[in-house]
Design a protein around this ligand. Structure first.
Ligand code: AMP
Ligand code: GLY
Length: 421
């Protein structure tokens, strides 16, 4: 089969790596990919939001399956567009992708289908939002109703900062805004829970926890993700059944009631308190870096699973996992998530080998001649799997230290809540 993967992050390198193991693959393309995917696939420099050009390429190369990594093309409707043109695609439709594209869309589903989530209000003017904020308990959370690469969420300690957040959103910081979402601050511990769905059946696809703050001890600015581990230490049978019955099933019912089916990954972002799950957000794709930490644990053939979703045959599949613990630590450029230098060489990268227990997934990298360069804030994802998380973390740290990259930094405490307690 000829397969194309859309995206250029660590998530897409991890997906490409799993897919490339399948005997069914005759040719793998990554659009646009990164320096890591180049070693296992052919990178094609196309804009993944230019659907017409994408379709031309897919048709010209007779590609049998397109796998969509990031949210933006999904929310803009790449799946409908390609399917309407007879192409097999893995990912949810444009309407289903509103689960990530619009927080208000998701909150309205939560309200109608009684899904546990933070109490909220939707406001269409700053005056009405201000009025609500005066008396509301603090901290309080103010959210823009769009894709904002994780930046449209403000956790506000006082009324003043909450009003500023409302202003920034209505003033167009994240694009035209007619409404703002304000919600109660949830206490607890976050967990990422993944579902694989073919539209008829769905199955659990493991759990993870990520660390979004730049500094150790979960301090400092928010980032795209500094590391993750899998499985989550919070999960147990009782919690699992609450997540499935109280959150996932009613959500798929809501999608079905809209006349849609959900095909692809669903990322359920949860806050867990006293073993009860509350929905924080949905994403309509795998997480990054959760994907990099989860996929190396997969024992089943990843391509078979994806194909079974495209053919509505997921029911017949058993998803098998290695009985191991996985950790992913992200090596970032100094200065990230603020200003950092680009095009800095990573000299020793060729000397560090992958094996069946440790992997390096590239994110912001490029290859010029035989030299690797950092071109992004999050540069490399180091993953290790072993019998326990402490060993996995020690292995990763040894690898990163042996790379000895002078322009980079990373968090040594990924997984501390479960490893160091
Ligand atoms: P979201 O994009 O909605 O997932 O929000 C990004 C991050 O903000 C989440 O991963 C949480 O860490 C935090 N967050 C969002 N909503 C809430 C909430 N209601 N209570 C506490 N933390 C929240
Ligand atoms: N790790 C968070 C995300 O992928 O959105």
């Amino acid at each position: 089969m000829k397969i194309a993967i859309l995206g250029n992050g660590g998530r897409e390198h991890a997906i490409a790596h799993q897919i490339s193991k399948s005997v069914k693959v005759s040719k793998l393309y990554c659009i646009p990919g990164n320096a890591g995917t180049m070693t296992i696939a052919e990178n094609i420099y196309l804009d993944i939001l230019n659907f017409e050009k994408l379709l031309d390429f897919v048709k010209k190369k007779k590609i049998d399956l397109v796998i969509v990594g990031p949210e933006k093309p999904l929310v803009e409707g790449v799946v409908n567009f390609l399917e309407d043109n007879g192409i097999k695609v893995f990912g949810p439709s444009k309407i289903s992708s509103q689960l990530e594209g619009s927080k208000i869309f998701t909150k309205k589903i939560c309200e109608k289908y009684n899904i546990p989530t933070a109490k909220f209000g939707i406001f269409d003017s700053s005056e009405s939002a201000y009025k609500y904020l005066e008396d509301a308990n603090k901290p309080i959370v103010v959210k823009a109703d769009c894709l904002a690469a994780g930046k449209g969420v403000y956790i506000c300690r006082d009324t003043e900062s909450a009003k500023n957040a409302v202003n920034e959103i209505f003033n167009g910081k994240f694009g035209i805004a007619n409404q703002v979402l304000i919600e109660e601050f949830l206490e607890g511990e976050e967990m990422s829970y993944f579902i694989l769905s073919d539209g008829k059946t769905f199955k659990k696809f493991n759990t993870a926890q990520d660390h979004k703050r730049v500094g150790e001890g979960d301090k400092g600015k928010n980032t795209g993700g500094m590391g993750a581990y899998s499985p989550s230490g919070l999960i147990n049978e009782d919690l699992d059944s609450k997540i499935i019955n109280n959150i996932v099933k009613p959500t798929f019912k809501a999608i079905k009631d809209m006349g849609e089916t959900y095909k692809g990954f669903l990322y359920v972002g949860l806050m867990i308190k006293d073993n009860k799950p509350y929905l924080v957000e949905y994403n309509v794709r795998m997480g990054d870096p959760e994907c990099q930490t989860i996929l190396p644990l997969l024992h089943s053939d990843f391509l078979e699973l994806i194909l079974s979703c495209c053919e509505e045959k997921l029911e017949n599949q058993i998803i098998e996992w290695k009985n191991k613990k996985s950790i992913c630590i992200v090596l970032c450029s100094n200065g990230y998530p603020e200003n950092y230098r680009k095009n800095i060489e990573i000299p020793n990268l060729n000397t560090i080998a992958n094996d069946d227990k440790s992997f390096i997934y590239h994110a912001g990298t490029s290859l010029v001649g035989r030299k690797f360069y950092a071109i992004g804030g999050r540069v490399l994802n180091f993953v290790s799997i072993s019998e326990n998380l402490k060993n996995s973390r020690d292995n990763v740290i040894n690898k990163i230290d042996s790379l000895n990259w002078k322009n980079g930094f990373y968090r040594k405490d990924i997984g501390y809540k479960i490893i160091d307690k």
